[in-house]
Design a protein around this ligand. Structure first.
Ligand code: NAP
Length: 315
C-alpha cells in the first residue's frame, strides 16, 4: 500500500518536496491544495500530481500525511486544519510564530492522536549527522565556543514573504530557526538564552539578529539576517580542534582542523534532494504509530518558538 501525501501550498519549496516524494519507493503525492485554483492546477501539471484542489478538499481525501508549504502565517491555521481532519502533518519551518501557538497545537495533536513535526530537514542531512558523530567521538575535545550564522539578502522590503509581517516575515522565522535547531542538534539544550539583539526593518519584521546560547563552559553565537549575505557557517571550536561546515542548513561537506594544523574533509556523495530524509522520517513515524519524531521533537520546536517570543518582545 503506497504512502499517500498531499501538499498544501503550491509555491517554490513545495516543488522540491514533490520531487523528494517521487524519489521514495512506495510514496506518492495524490493532490496539491492551494487558495488559488490556477496556482494549484499549474503546480499539479508541472509536477505530475493527479489532483489540484483546495486545502479542505485535499485533506478530505484522508491522505497518510500532509506537507504544509504555505507562507509562515498559514502554518498554524493549516496545522490545525490537518489535526481537525486527523491527518498527520509535516510543516515547513518555522512551524509556529510563538510558543503559545506551538504548545496549543502540539497539545491538540497529542490529544487527537495525530503525528506532527516541523520540517527541520537539516537535522536529517548526512553531513550534519557525520559531523555530529565526529563531535561526539571527541575529535575536537571539549567544545568551548561555537557559531551558527545563516543569512542572505532576501528580496528587499515590501510585500514579500520575507518582509511582510502579515505573511509571517522576519529573519527569525526564516533563518534563525535553522541556527537554533542546529545548535541544539550538536550541543543539546542550552542552560540559558542571552543577549537577544535585534535590528528591525521598516516593515516591522526582525531583519538581523544575534543571540548567545550559554552552555556549561561554552558560548554559542547565533546570527541571522535577511539584509545581507552572511558567511553562512557552523563552526564548533574545541580544546583539540575545530569543525567547520559552510551553509549548515543544506551543506554537503565539513572539515576538521586539529590544533596541530592537520586537516581532514568529509563530503556527502549521495544526497540529491535532502528533503527525502525528512519525508522518510514521517513515513517511518506514522507507520510506527508515533505522534512525534525523536529527531525533531515537539519540545525542540517549542524551545525555538520561545526565542521568537523573546525577539518579538524585544521591539
Ligand atoms: N526547508 C527549506 O529549505 C525551505 C526553503 C524555502 C522556504 N521554506 C519555507 O517554505 C515556506 C514557503 O516558502 P516558499 O519560498 O515556497 O514560498 P512561496 O513560493 O512564496 O509561497 C508559498 C505559498 O504561500 C502562499 N503565498 C505566497 N505568497 C503569498 C502572498 N503574497 N499572499 C498570500 N499567500 C501567499 C501561497 O500558498 P497557496 O498556493 O496555498 O495559496 C504560495 O503557494 C515558508 O514557510 C518558508 O520558510 C523552506
Amino acid at each position: 500500500m503506497k504512502f499517500r501525501w498531499v501538499i498544501l501550498g503550491a509555491g517554490i519549496i513545495a516543488e522540491k518536496f514533490a520531487d523528494a516524494v517521487r524519489r521514495i519507493d512506495g510514496c506518492e503525492v495524490i493532490a496539491v491544495g492551494s487558495r488559488s485554483p490556477e496556482r494549484a492546477a499549474a503546480f499539479a501539471e508541472k509536477n505530475g500530481i493527479p489532483l489540484a484542489c483546495s486545502y479542505e478538499e485535499a485533506l478530505a481525501l484522508k491522505p497518510d500525511a500532509a506537507y504544509i508549504a504555505a507562507t509562515t502565517d498559514l502554518h498554524a491555521p493549516l496545522t490545525r486544519l490537518c489535526i481537525d481532519h486527523g491527518v498527520p502533518v509535516l510543516c515547513e519551518k518555522a512551524m509556529f510564530t510563538s510558543s503559545a501557538e506551538a504548545e496549543e497545537l502540539f497539545a491538540l495533536a497529542k490529544e487527537k492522536g495525530v503525528f506532527a513535526m516541523e520540517a527541520m530537514w537539516s537535522r536529517f542531512l548526512p553531513t550534519n549527522i557525520e559531523m555530529k558523530k565526529a563531535l561526539d567521538a571527541g575529535v575536537i575535545g571539549d567544545v568551548r565556543y561555537a557559531e551558527f550564522a545563516i543569512g542572505w539578502q532576501a528580496p528587499q522590503g515590501g510585500r514579500t514573504r520575507f518582509y511582510d509581517k502579515a505573511l509571517g516575515g522576519g529573519a527569525s522565522y526564516d533563518v534563525l530557526v535553522y541556527c537554533y535547531e542546529l545548535a541544539e542538534f550538536y550541543l543539546g539544550v542550552p542552560e540559558a538564552v542571552e543577549n537577544v539583539t535585534v535590528c528591525w526593518a521598516d516593515t516591522g519584521v526582525d531583519e538581523t539578529e544575534t543571540i548567545t546560547l550559554r552552555y556549561p563552559g561554552c558560548l554559542v553565537t547565533l546570527s541571522a539576517s535577511l539584509a545581507v549575505n552572511l558567511e553562512e557557517r557552523a563552526v564548533l571550536v574545541g580544546t583539540r580542534g575545530t569543525l567547520r561546515m559552510p551553509k549548515p542548513h543544506f551543506s554537503g561537506a565539513y572539515t576538521l582542523t586539529l590544533n596541530d594544523g592537520t586537516q581532514t574533509a568529509w563530503q556527502d556523495e549521495v544526497t540529491e534532494n535532502g528533503f527525502v530524509y525528512e519525508a522518510e522520517e514521517v513515513v517511518r513515524c506514522v507507520r510506527a504509530g508515533l505522534l512525534e519524531s525523536p529527531v525533531v521533537p515537539h519540545a525542540l520546536t517549542i524551545r525555538c518558538a520561545k526565542i521568537f517570543d523573546r525577539i518579538n518582545a524585544a521591539k
